[in-house]
Unconditional design. Structure first.
Length: 394
C-alpha cells in the first residue's frame, strides 16, 4: 500500500503529462499535468477514445495503428520517442514529445503515454530563426551599400586621375570613405559578428541545420566585408605616408609556423599548407608586422584561387646573400595578358569570376616589400598555378 501511495503521489505531481489507455484505445486516466495541457477534466475524457486528444490524420489512423500492432507486433511509437501534435479542448493544437510504454497488468494490457510539452522550445526555435533571418538581411543591406560605395570610389579614381586637381579630389573622396568605413561599418559589423556567434551558441541544443547554415552565411559575409575594409585602410595609410618600417631581429621560422597555423584554419576542405625552411639560420632583420602581412595576403590568395584537395607550398630560405619567401599554389593561374597590370590597385585578373576580392592585396604587398627594400615577383601559368617570391638582401 505504501508503494502504491508513493507511485500515485509521483504521478499526480509529475511535471510532464501521463496518460493510460486500454488495449482498445479507451482512456483510463490522465494525471493533473496532462489534464492541464489538454484543458479537460478527468470526467470529460475518462472512458473516451484517445483519438479525442489527436488532430487529423492521427485521429483517424490511431485505432488502425493499435490493431496493426496487436496483430503484427510492429512498433512505431511504443518503446520509442516521437514528436507529435495534441488537440486541446478549445480546438487548438500544440507540439509535444510522446513516449509510449506497454504494461502487462492484471491479465490485461495497458499503454502509458508520457507527454513533454514542446511549445516553449518551438517558440524559442522560431524566434532564433527569425533573428538569424533578420541578421542575414541586415548584412545583405550593409554589403550592398558598401559595394556601391566601393564601385563609386573606383569609378571616381579613374575619372580624377587626369589632373592634379582631380587627384586631390580623389584623395579627399578616399579620406571621407575611409573615415566612413571605420566609423559607420566597423562597429555594426562587430555587433553582427557577435550576435551571430551568440545565435550559434544558443541554437546548439536544437541542432537545427538551417540555423547553422544561415549563421555561417552571416559570418562569411562579415569576414568578406572586414577584409575589404582592412585593404582600404592599409592603402590609405600607405598613400598618406603613415607606414614606416621598423627593422628588428626576429625568428623567421617561428613567424612562418605561426602564419601557417593561422591560415590552415581558414583553408578549404583538404587544402593543406606545407611549410619548409632552408638554411642553418632563422634570424632576419626586417619589419615583422609588414612581412607577416605580406605572407598572410599571399597565402590567402593561394587559398582563394586554389581548389579543395590541393597543396600550397610555403617556403623560406636564408643564405649568405638573401632572405627569400616563396608561396606556390596549383590554382587557376593568371592570364598572361593580365601580368603587366597585376600590381595596379583595384585591378583583378579576368578569370577571377565571382571570387571575392578588392584588387588591392598585391599592390599592398608590393609596397610593403619596397618599404623593406625588398622585391616581389611572380610566375604563373593559366590553370596550372602561381608562384610568388619575396626576396630581401641581407
Amino acid at each position: 500500500m505504501e508503494n502504491a501511495r508513493l507511485l500515485n503521489a509521483i504521478i499526480e505531481t509529475a511535471i510532464d503529462g501521463i496518460i493510460t489507455i486500454d488495449s482498445r484505445g479507451i482512456i483510463e486516466s490522465l494525471n493533473p499535468a496532462a489534464l492541464k495541457l489538454f484543458g479537460y477534466t478527468q470526467e470529460e475524457v475518462q472512458g473516451r477514445n484517445i483519438s479525442v486528444l489527436m488532430p487529423e490524420p492521427d485521429k483517424t489512423n490511431h485505432d488502425q495503428y493499435i490493431a496493426r500492432y496487436q496483430h503484427t507486433g510492429e512498433k512505431k511509437i511504443i518503446g520509442k520517442g516521437r514528436e507529435v501534435k495534441g488537440l486541446k479542448k478549445d480546438g487548438s493544437t500544440f507540439p509535444f514529445r510522446l513516449a509510449v510504454s506497454e504494461v502487462q497488468y492484471e491479465n490485461r494490457i495497458i499503454y502509458t503515454g508520457f507527454i513533454h510539452d514542446l511549445t516553449k522550445e518551438k517558440e524559442a526555435e522560431e524566434r532564433l530563426r527569425e533573428y538569424a533571418y533578420e541578421l542575414e538581411e541586415l548584412v545583405a543591406q550593409r554589403t550592398k551599400s558598401l559595394q556601391k560605395t566601393v564601385a563609386a570610389l573606383s569609378e571616381a579614381k579613374e575619372e580624377v586621375s587626369l589632373s592634379l586637381e582631380k587627384e586631390k579630389e580623389l584623395n579627399q573622396l578616399k579620406s571621407r570613405f575611409v573615415s566612413m568605413a571605420s566609423h559607420e561599418f566597423r562597429t555594426p559589423l562587430s555587433s553582427v559578428q557577435l550576435s551571430s556567434s551568440l545565435i550559434e551558441k544558443y541554437a546548439e541544443p536544437f541542432q537545427n541545420k538551417n540555423i547553422t547554415k544561415h549563421v555561417g552565411k552571416i559570418k562569411n559575409a562579415v569576414g568578406n566585408l572586414t577584409t575589404i575594409l582592412n585593404d582600404f585602410l592599409s592603402l590609405e595609410r600607405l598613400e598618406a605616408g603613415r607606414v614606416e618600417p621598423t627593422f628588428t631581429a626576429f625568428d623567421l621560422v617561428k613567424l612562418s609556423e605561426e602564419v601557417t597555423e593561422e591560415m590552415q584554419m581558414i583553408a578549404k576542405q583538404d587544402q593543406n599548407i606545407i611549410y619548409q625552411h632552408t638554411g642553418l639560420q632563422s634570424t632576419v632583420l626586417l619589419d615583422l608586422n609588414l612581412l607577416k602581412n605580406c605572407m598572410l595576403n599571399l597565402i590567402s590568395n593561394a587559398i582563394k584561387y586554389s581548389g579543395e584537395h590541393t597543396f600550397i607550398e610555403f617556403n623560406t630560405e636564408i643564405n649568405d646573400k638573401q632572405c627569400v619567401v616563396t608561396i606556390k599554389d596549383n590554382g587557376i593561374g593568371i592570364p598572361e595578358s593580365d601580368h603587366k597590370h597585376l600590381f595596379q590597385p583595384f585591378f583583378r585578373a579576368h578569370n577571377t569570376g565571382s571570387i571575392p576580392g578588392t584588387g588591392l592585396g598585391l599592390n599592398i604587398v608590393l609596397r610593403y616589400a619596397s618599404l623593406m627594400k625588398g622585391e616581389l615577383y611572380f610566375e604563373s601559368i593559366i590553370n596550372k598555378g602561381t608562384t610568388f617570391v619575396l626576396s630581401f638582401n641581407r
